[in-house]
Design a protein around this ligand. Structure first.
Ligand SMILES: Cc1cc2nc3c(=O)[nH]c(=O)nc-3n(C[C@H](O)[C@H](O)[C@H](O)COP(=O)(O)OP(=O)(O)OC[C@H]3O[C@@H](n4cnc5c(N)ncnc54)[C@H](O)[C@@H]3O)c2cc1C
Length: 439
């Protein structure tokens, strides 16, 4: 079958250009065969390939990536490796306590894996265990924080509620009225991390970059993946290409490639840093899911992330970048009026592979075809742990986390087009408007 849509991320991702350059691994050429082929070198595919290589030390594991490593969604997110569950469908954002406990365990296992790999391989990715602030300014956001506080009590997780007098000592800005600080989140420079993970794969992983798979032929015990320069035949195939899994014939009409957008400033001068005040680095997510994420990075830049668009083909669309840059400027000005002359150096967008019921897919898709797809905006930790657990499960190992993922309902079906686009666009528009000053 022909793969009808290929990844096409914009070239302006700040994290990619600000991390150390590397020479991409060559594209695949000719025809070859391998016991294991993983498609997609984001957090999920990198973790799956690494763990397969460790579990099957005598097998070659081929990892194929359409773009350059670090340029796809895994390299262009806000860099929060989040520990806590946050079920936006539940009144206290924690919901069923047994489920929340296992989600917490999953996220912590993903965080631990990343930390171990960063330490073992000396990956320079600004990893800081500085926690996160969930910050509110509108009444709606304040109510979310109160409800979530109750949920965290139920889950017995530590937090600190900070009021508007205290927050400037943390974030510099006087913009927020309240924030819930939770200490367990880890922040990273995502592109530097992904590049470092790719450059420290075990010796039995062969990575091919800039090798978009254009056609897939599913046989009984072999799958042939064709690209512009030849083909790779897989004995067993692992799909770790997020919403593009649907273009390989699976979970069709069940993924929602919703794009969100980031801008990062130049480094603040020492005088600007003094004017801003607060801690030297931090990360704040919005209480309202349609609001703005803000980070101050260890190299003294400020990041703004907000705005959404629905791109059903999963490809970036340049028309949104200019429009959302204006929003980023307005969001920045609201929060940092003390920094009127600080410009953004880069603006970019990237896909969140959402699903209607916020459930991803984990397990077998067809004979000898497996997948970990649909990370629902939490791929840094979730992608890492689901990739690794899938590789363990393929080696015959399972535990309570694997059982939980295998038993999850998987993504719900979407309504058909054109109702889908109309409904999603309306939802995004309404949500962003309702976020008010939190946007
Ligand atoms: C602006 C932004 C902010 C975000 N913030 C956060 C955050 O703070 N924390 C968090 O946890 N998550 C965040 N996310 C979400 C996170 O980036 C994703 O959940 C994560 O990247 C998913 O990882 P993945 O490896 O499953 O998929 P991806 O990173 O999408 O990797 C899949 C790879 O498959 C490749 N591929 C697709 N089709 C083909 C093909 N035909 N042939 C070969 N290769 C192919 C793609 O090029 C891609 O590199 C954010 C996302 C964005 C865009």
């Amino acid at each position: 079958m022909k793969v009808h849509s290929l990844p096409a991320d914009d070239a302006s991702c700040g994290w990619f250009h600000l991390s150390a350059p590397r020479t991409p691994r060559p594209s695949h050429r000719g025809h070859s065969e391998a016991p294991w082929v993983v498609v997609g070198a984001g957090f999920t595919g990198l973790a799956a390939a690494r763990q397969l290589a460790l579990n099957f030390p005598n097998d070659e594991v081929v990892l194929v990536e359409a773009q350059e490593v670090g340029l796809g969604p895994s390299g262009r997110n806000a860099g929060f490796a989040i520990d806590l569950p946050h079920d936006i469908g539940a009144p206290d954002y924690i919901g069923d306590i047994a489920v929340a406990k296992i989600v917490l365990k999953l996220n912590l296992a993903g965080q631990t894996l990343l930390r171990q790999q960063v330490e073992a391989n000396g990956i320079d990715c600004q990893m800081t265990a500085c926690g996160k602030y969930q910050a509110a300014v509108e009444e709606r956001g304040l109510a979310v924080l109160d409800a979530y506080r109750g949920g965290l009590d139920k889950l017995e997780q530590p937090y600190q509620m900070l009021g508007e007098q205290e927050l400037p000592q943390h974030l510099g800005t006087h913009f927020y009225r309240r924030a819930l600080y939770t200490p367990g989140a880890v922040l990273v420079q995502p592109s530097a991390l992904v590049k470092g993970l790719a450059d420290s794969l075990p010796a039995n992983v062969t990575l091919y970059e800039r090798t978009p798979i254009l056609d897939v032929d599913y046989g009984y015990d072999r799958t042939r993946l064709t690209h512009a320069g030849g083909s790779i035949t897989a004995h067993r195939l692992v799909l770790a290409n997020n919403s593009f899994g649907q273009h390989f014939g699976f979970l069709q009409g069940r993924m929602l490639p919703i794009f969100t957008y980031g801008s990062i400033t130049r480094p603040l001068t020492e005088e600007e840093q003094a004017r801003l005040g607060g801690k030297p680095y931090w990360g704040a997510i919005p209480a309202d899911p349609f609001g703005t994420t803000v980070r101050r990075t260890p190299d003294h830049r400020l990041l703004i992330r907000n705005s959404f668009s629905f791109n059903p083909d999963g490809r970036s669309n340049p028309k949104y970048l200019q429009r959302f840059l204006q929003r980023h400027k307005a969001s920045f000005a609201r929060r940092f009026p003390m920094l009127p002359n600080v410009d953004f150096q880069y603006t970019w967008g990237g896909a969140l592979a959402m699903t209607r019921n916020h459930s991803g897919f984990f397990g077998q898709l067809a004979p000898n075809v497996y997948g970990a797809l649909g990370c629902n905006g939490l791929g840094v930790t979730r992608g890492t742990i689901t990739g690794a657990l899938l590789a363990d499960w393929l080696a015959g190992q399972s535990n309570d986390l694997t059982d939980f993922l295998l038993a999850s309902p998987g993504p719900n079906a979407n309504p058909p087009q054109p109702f889908l686009s109309a409904g999603v666009n309306l939802n995004l528009m309404w949500g962003q408007r309702r976020a008010g000053r939190e946007s």
